[in-house]
Design a protein around this ligand. Structure first.
Ligand SMILES: [Zn+2]
Length: 210
């Protein structure tokens, strides 16, 4: 196994300008280029391809690097898949069974992330899209900003479909998740979703684009 240190010019913030690009294999049979997922990746991780962001033939990697297709961060038109996950519970106020949005499953590149409605409230563009979408479903309580006397603030919240009462952040945990998502759709990450996935622990990285 041989290891080379890749050096790439970047104005990017968190990821290092110089990082370890690992190459695995024998020169005669062809080397595999391993693009790191985080700056903490080390040469000893080379044996486990699935721990790396990308693994591709060295020849293909070099062609991409020289053609400007090895870049940091996301492409402007990169998309994510959003799954609206719902669940049922009994309203603390009127006692009726109601359906709420327990969270949004977000698939971006090869990562699965999850964000709740109160957290989504920090990101108006994404929050508004989901609020409008859910408003077409009568059996789900409206997604809107409600005042919580516990938290002494207004936040984007679930509510009871029958009486409209706030289903507080902690009560959401009581819901029985529905097996299937309410709906699945694609969004452009640049349309207000980048900050959402960043808040879920997303880390920009180097990527060979096709
Ligand atoms: Zn109710």
């Amino acid at each position: 196994m041989s290891v080379v240190s890749g050096c790439c010019a970047s104005q990017a913030s968190k990821f290092p300008r110089e990082f370890l690009l690992s190459a695995l294999g024998e020169p005669r049979s062809g080397l595999t280029a391993l693009v790191p997922r985080t700056e903490e990746m080390q040469a000893r991780d080379s044996r486990q391809h699935d721990r790396w962001h990308q693994a591709l033939p060295m020849e293909e990697f070099l062609r991409a690097a020289f053609n400007g297709r090895f870049r940091f961060g996301m492409e402007p038109d990169q998309e994510a898949t959003i799954r609206i996950r719902t669940g049922t519970m009994f309203c603390w106020s009127c006692g009726a069974e109601t359906r709420i949005v327990v969270g949004l499953g977000i698939t971006a590149a090869d990562k699965e992330l999850m964000v709740t409605i109160p957290s989504l409230g920090e990101y108006p563009q994404a929050g508004e899209l989901i609020r409008r979408y859910v408003s077409t479903h009568r059996d789900i309580g409206a997604i809107k900003r409600r005042f919580s006397s516990t938290q002494r603030r207004k936040y984007l919240s679930n509510g009871c479909a029958h009486c409209g009462s706030l289903i507080g952040q902690m009560y959401e945990l009581d819901a029985d998740w529905d097996d299937e998502p309410l709906d699945t759709f694609r969004v452009r990450i640049a349309d207000g979703w980048k900050q959402v996935i960043d808040s879920c622990g997303w880390q920009d990285t180097w990527h060979v684009y096709s």
